[in-house]
Each structure stands twice: as C-alpha cells, then as structure tokens.
Design a protein around this ligand. Structure first.
Ligand SMILES: Cc1cc2nc3c(=O)[nH]c(=O)nc-3n(C[C@H](O)[C@H](O)[C@H](O)COP(=O)(O)OP(=O)(O)OC[C@H]3O[C@@H](n4cnc5c(N)ncnc54)[C@H](O)[C@@H]3O)c2cc1C
Length: 463
C-alpha cells in the first residue's frame, strides 16, 4: 500500500470510528431519555380495558399514608370492598348525577388567552324545546355540532342532555373556601355527570400548563420547600393529589385510536405522569383520606339531608346508600379517623394562617374558570368545589358534637363532595390494580428498547 493509500485508509478508519462513537452516544442518550421521559402519544403498553390477573399485584407503597391515620393496604382493601362499590352506585342516583355549574369561561386572570375562548361559543344556542321546563331558567347551551366551541375536539365537549328532575329542601349558603359563582342563576346550567365522564379530552399544551403553574406557583408554593408549615404542605398535597387523580383518569380512559374511536387504558401515561413519582401517589391517597374524613365527619348532616328528586324509589336508594357508606362497620373498625384535622391551625399564627390559606384556595377555585376545555373545566370546578366543601367541613366547624346544628351545605356542595370522593376512589383503585402492570410494562418497554439499541450497536461494530 502506498503512503497516500495508507493515509486515505487511516482517514476512512477515523471517520468510521467517529461515526460509530457518534451513533453510540446517540443511542445511549436515546435509551436514557426513553427510560426517563414519556413519548407524547405512543403505543399502549398496557391493554385496552382487559383485566389481567398478573396485574393484580400490590403497588410499592407501604405503611401509613403520611399525615393520615390509615395505611395503604387498609385503604386499598376498604376502597375495594366498601367504598368503591357504594360510591359507584351512589353517583348514578338522580340526586348525585346532576351538577349545577357555570361553564362559561370567565377567566379573571388572563382575558387575552386565545385557548380560553368558550364564552364566544355561547352564540351556538341549542333549541329550547330540548330541555325540561324546570331547567329553562338556568339553560345556557352550546350547539353540539359546532366543533369551534371545543377547540376542534369533540371529546372535550360536555353533553347537556338531561332527565326531568326537581330539587327541594336545600338552602343556598356560602363557602369561605371557594370563589362563589352561584350568584347569577341565569348563567348556570345543569349537567348530567354520567354523560360526561372525566377522561382524556386532548386538552394540553401551554393553556393547560398555565393553569397548573398558576395553581401551584401562585397559590401553593412548590413543596417540598423546607419552610412550608404543615397547613401549607396540606394544601399542596390536596392539589397534587387531585392532579394525580385527573392524570389517572386520563390514563384509564384514553382515546387510543381517533380514527376508529377506540378508547382504553394508557398505562404508559399513568406511569410517566404519576407512578414514577412516589409522592404523587402518596398525595392521591392523602387526598382520598382527607375527603373521606370530611364525609365521615359530616355523617349526621349527610344522613339527614333531603335527597328528594321527585322519584321516591331512587331517593330512598340514595338515602340507603349514603347510610351504608357513612356507617360501614368495616370502615369504622379499620380506619375510624382517616385524617386528624384537630392537629392543624394551632399556635399563635393559626387564625392568620387559616385566612391566608383560605384566600389561596379561593384563588385556585377562581383559576378553574380559565381552564380552556369545557369538560375539563366542569370536572375541575366540581372537584375543586368538592375539596372546598371538605375544607369547610373540616376547618369551619370545630364543635363536632354540635356539627349538625352549625354545618350548612348547599346541595351542589354535597354533590361535588361525593362525586369527588368517587373520582378519588376510582383513581386509588386503578393505581392499586394496574400499578404493577404499568411498572412492568414500562420495564418491558425499556428492556425492548435496550436490546434493540444493543443490536444496532453490535451491527455497527461488526461493520
Ligand atoms: C383543572 C384541569 C382539569 C383537566 N382535566 C382534564 C381532563 O379531564 N382530561 C384531559 O385529557 N386533560 C385534562 N386536563 C389537562 C391535563 O391535566 C394535563 O395538563 C395535560 O394532559 C398535559 O399533561 P402534561 O403531561 O403536560 O403534564 P400536566 O399534567 O399538565 O402537569 C404539568 C406539570 O405539573 C407537575 N405535576 C404533574 N402532576 C403532578 C402531581 N400529581 N403533583 C404535583 N405536580 C405535578 C409536573 O411538573 C408537570 O410537568 C386538565 C387540566 C386542568 C388544569
């Protein structure tokens, strides 16, 4: 080989090695990234609503749920045996399935938001004849055909079909924890929650991110910041727990294939948004127990409340389900005090701190008017109102003995509270039953990716 041939060959070798090293670095980076972040919408590594025996394993959380008085295993057991089955029935009753809400996007914080333009959609009126007379004063409707009203996403629209129903026996009362938009009834609409399940809607990007950022950064500073006191930490955990629950619902009812309208589980989303962060799972359990404590604290009130919708059979069933839930012997024996609210607001700063946190939570409830997807706004408003109701029960009434005389709840607050508890119960169940499958699927996915990368690397080296 001549000198110039040798030089050329060395140059070729150098180029080849640079290429091999470059490719290897890219592959290693790709593996690292793939095992940390989630591809946006990717193949479902779980299943599509099939139950799988191997997925019935326990998740890795053990011991007592932080700041609560119950352990994970007990929560899973009670939820599966008692709470989930009763709640599923309860939320289907006429009393609990209709929610009165102002769905207009009256964002008080960023009026220029282009994603939040649903007020414009109020021009798409539905024919009045579609609704029962008793609802007419409250109707404000959108045409079901106009996709512009939902940012082009049919799955983000609220179904406003209603049954005939009457409400009696409830007074309007204020909640110091929430921003009250009950004032103008002409802007309110009734929604059948059963027709509008909380599920994937396609709402994401800067609009959704801005809401979550506003909720966390403006209202409850990022935890774990050491200087946060117990009460602030609890506000953060409630919001984070609710956020986890929303993500779990997106994952459990996901639009897998838009073309064929195939819905199913997306365990990858559950893993990457919730399970890979142990504190998000913890916060979900915490929020569930917090709301459960509020419900059991208000047991006497909830037992005596009027669940009158003009359908005696259904109303008796509602009353009976409510009693079963409130006084279940297994619940009372295994988890008599899910959360101990008496420990909070102690010390000199107590009252001042309470006012501050109350104002923060009120702000969070106002931010819900900025959610740029109608169905997400419905569930965001309902669940934040449910949390506000729990806060009102736990922290606005100290005298538990005389709670029934002091506590006043609106019908809508009770509906929000019980539907929130049901949503949290569904999330806890899904995490418990599908968590192991999601983790295994993720490991399987990563190892498949790794072996693919190894094969590519080997073939590069061989060449
Ligand atoms: C009130 C509300 C209701 C919504 N309802 C729906 C719905 O019904 N259906 C639907 O498809 N979409 C809904 N969305 C949108 C959805 O929540 C996500 O914002 C969207 O799917 C994009 O998700 P993401 O992966 O970008 O992260 P996001 O869920 O938007 O999270 C944003 C950031 O918050 C932090 N974060 C995430 N989870 C937690 C947690 N549990 N605790 C603490 N921090 C956390 C992370 O830093 C993350 O990057 C809703 C949004 C809002 C604000």
């Amino acid at each position: 080989m001549g000198e110039s041939e040798e030089k050329k060959s060395t140059k070729r070798d150098k180029i080849r090695w640079r290429w091999v090293i470059g490719a290897s670095i890219t592959i290693v980076l790709a593996i690292a990234l793939a095992s940390r972040t989630k591809p946006e919408i990717s193949p479902n590594f779980g299943d599509t609503n099939k139950s799988c025996q191997c997925s019935q394993g326990k998740h890795r959380h053990k011991g007592t749920v932080e700041d609560c008085c119950c352990d994970y295993e007990t929560v899973d057991h009670l939820n599966g045996e008692v709470l989930h089955p009763i709640l599923q029935e309860l939320v289907k009753t006429p009393f609990f399935r209709y929610y009165k809400v102002k769905l207009w996007c009256d964002c008080p914080f960023w009026p220029e938001d282009h994603m939040c333009r649903l007020r414009d959609c109020s021009v798409c009126e539905c024919p009045e004849s579609e609704f029962p007379d008793s609802f007419k004063p409250f109707q404000r409707t959108l045409s079901s055909g106009d996709l512009k009203c939902r940012e082009g996403k049919p799955q983000a629209a609220v179904d406003r079909t209603l049954d005939s129903i009457a409400f009696r026996g409830w007074t309007e009362t204020d909640n110091p924890w929430t921003y009250d938009d009950e004032t103008d009834n002409s802007e309110m609409t009734y929604v059948n929650l059963q027709l509008n399940p909380e599920r994937y809607t396609g709402y994401n990007g800067t609009s959704a991110r801005r809401i979550w950022d506003a909720v966390y950064s403006g209202n409850c500073p990022k935890y774990p910041a050491e200087e946060l006191c117990q009460e602030e930490k609890i506000l953060y955990k409630l919001i984070s727990g609710l956020h986890s629950s929303i993500s779990v619902h997106i994952a459990s009812d996901y639009l897998i294939d838009e073309a064929t309208n195939l819905w199913g589980h997306n365990l990858e989303i559950m893993y990457y948004r919730v399970l890979q962060y142990p504190n998000r799972v913890e916060n979900l359990y915490f929020t569930f127990l917090f709301v459960l404590r509020a419900v059991t604290k208000a047991a006497e009130f909830l037992e005596q409340a009027e669940y009158d919708t003009g359908n005696p059979t259904e109303d008796l069933k509602t009353q009976s389900l409510m009693k079963q839930l409130l006084y279940d012997p297994k619940l009372q024996a295994a988890c008599p005090l899910p959360f101990d609210e008496a420990k909070l607001w102690k010390g000199r700063r107590g009252p001042e701190l309470k006012q501050k946190i109350q104002a923060q939570f009120k702000n969070i409830s106002a931010v819900m008017d900025c959610v740029g997807c109608e169905k997400c706004r419905l569930w965001g408003k309902l669940q934040v109102s449910g949390l506000g109701t729990a806060l009102k029960i736990l922290f606005s009434v100290n005298d538990e003995e005389n709670l029934i005389q002091i506590l006043q709840l609106q019908r809508n607050e009770v509906i929000a509270l019980m539907n929130l508890l049901n949503r949290l119960s569904e999330s806890v169940k899904f995490v418990h039953e599908m968590g192991a499958a999601a983790e295994m699927g993720r490991m399987h996915y990563s190892s498949r990716l790794k072996s693919l990368a190894q094969r590519i690397l080997a073939s590069i080296v061989n060449t």
